[in-house]
Design a protein around this ligand. Structure first.
Ligand code: CA
Length: 229
């Protein structure tokens, strides 16, 4: 699951650290927020692929964080797994009403959490939950960082790899340069929009090294898409 970014929102430091360690072992990229306010800031800075959200949090409650995630168009479909204490059993239903994709009652095993994380990712974005994704004749392996096209290995730089990894999760969908910038470089980094064109150019060249056809479509004044061959 390398390349999958998870935000843990939990004020109990020991639990947050334990989850960070165990998800990290599964090759997830993990960030921690200790309260609801910090969570919303971090989500704004860099949208995670999934949020693990504690119900009882200082400043802004988990339920409110979830509500705000659901109310913004950019984060509306962000998967959320809610953590609740057993005494909050009755609140679970409300949690699901607010739009959490799943919930876990404390205490839970980390294996159970990881299984739920994978299940939610698989359901929501099939391409994300797997270490290997194949679209047409292109196969990307997120663990070994290898790309193969029609049995030939393709060598990509780290930025081109991340670009391809992003495009391959949504075959056929057109991404604007700004969307690609945010997804690949992060919204907190200053990079010129034109830089995207340069790296798309390199990615294109690498993918077509063996003259198998250019899989990247340029949509004039809109952006780029990866087409399934
Ligand atoms: Ca808590």
């Amino acid at each position: 699951m390398a390349g999958t970014h998870i935000l843990i929102v939990e004020d109990e430091e020991a639990l947050a650290t334990l989850l960070e360690y165990n998800l990290g072992k599964e090759s997830f990229e993990v960030a921690i927020a200790g309260d609801g306010e910090e969570a919303l800031l971090k989500i704004d800075e860099r949208a995670p692929d999934l949020v693990i959200l504690d119900w009882m949090l200082p400043k802004i409650s988990g339920i409110e964080v979830c509500r705000r995630i659901r109310s913004k168009p950019e984060t509306r479909n962000m998967p959320v797994i809610m953590l609740t204490a057993r005494s909050e059993e009755a609140d679970r239903i409300r949690g699901l009403d607010t739009g959490a994709d799943d919930y876990l009652t404390k205490p839970f095993s980390t294996n159970e959490l990881i299984a739920r994380v994978r299940a939610v990712l698989r359901r929501i974005r099939p391409g994300l939950a797997e270490d290997k994704v194949t679209v047409g004749d292109i196969e990307i392996d997120r663990v070994s960082h290898r790309v193969v096209r029609g049995e030939k290995e393709i060598h990509l730089g780290p930025t081109e790899f991340r670009l391809l990894d992003h495009l391959i999760q949504h075959p056929g969908r057109v991404f604007s340069r700004e969307q690609l910038l945010n997804a690949v470089w992060g919204s907190d980094v200053f990079v010129e929009v034109r830089t995207v064109d340069v790296h798309i150019g390199r990615l294109r060249k690498a993918l077509n090294k063996y003259k198998q056809g250019d899989p990247i479509r340029t949509v004039r004044s809109a952006g780029y898409a990866l087409d399934a061959g």
